[in-house]
Design a protein around this ligand. Sequence first.
Ligand code: SF4
Length: 55
Amino acid sequence: MAHKISDECISCGACAAACPVSAISEGDGKYVVDPDTCIDCGACEGECPTGAITE
Ligand code: SF4
């Protein structure tokens, strides 16, 4: 299961910089995780200021 970004996302971009496989990109109104690229490392979770990223 890839990580997911909820509607709490404020599009700050902090998570995208933390992802080692560049699975996170800016989507429509929030950032999104590409489930095929995500390796479920969890590096992005702690970077989000609103706690929008969940397993
Ligand atoms: Fe990237 Fe790891 Fe977050 Fe998946 S869990 S989106 S690989 S930082």
